[in-house]
Design a protein around this ligand. Structure first.
Ligand code: CA
Length: 168
């Protein structure tokens, strides 16, 4: 019985160590230097951002910006999507959009934009499909907390983005 208990403790210790190591690996991954295509896409985005905001009207400013890497053209090469939302102040989001950057050789070129009339977030880009979530207010939802979340798929084709409700 004593041996069994020791073995259990040892096992628990090993599992804990493995978990900690896995955590460290993740930490290293997130802090690794940005890939060249991400750097290029972010640079292009930063340059174009003032024009985007200006087109929204006076006082529009960037709230959040996130970069996603994955193959949305389905040619086996990672592309880049930059997601962002903007506001006119206060705590209300005026719009959520994203820009699609296709990787061509060592460069990226902007090939499409997605500007729906609802908020959304991006989860993953895999095998030519961008998995995202459409976010909407239900009647009675507080301003902070829209409660209708619908998984959607964004498909890129010939400079256009097509939206499908994700199959269950
Ligand atoms: Ca690609």
């Amino acid at each position: 019985m004593m041996i069994k208990l020791n073995t259990l403790i040892l096992l628990a210790f090993i599992m804990l160590t493995v978990t900690c190591n896995a955590q460290n690996v993740n930490d290293t991954t997130t802090s690794k230097p940005k890939s060249l295509i991400v750097q290029k896409a972010e640079k292009m985005f930063a340059k174009y951002l003032p024009t985007i905001l200006e087109s929204k009207g006076e006082e529009a400013f960037l709230n959040l910006q996130e970069t996603y890497v994955g193959d949305f053209t389905n040619d086996g090469i990672d592309d880049v999507i930059i997601w962002f939302d903007y506001t006119f102040g206060g705590n209300s989001i005026a719009g959520t959009e994203c820009a699609f950057y296709e990787t061509v050789g060592n460069d990226v070129k902007v090939v499409a934009g997605f500007e729906p009339d609802y908020m959304f977030t991006i989860s993953t880009i895999k095998n030519g499909i961008v998995h995202a979530e459409k976010i909407q207010y239900a009647v009675g939802d507080g301003h902070c907390c829209p409660s209708i979340i619908t998984p959607i798929e964004l498909i890129y084709r010939d400079n256009k983005i097509y939206v499908y409700t994700e199959k269950k």
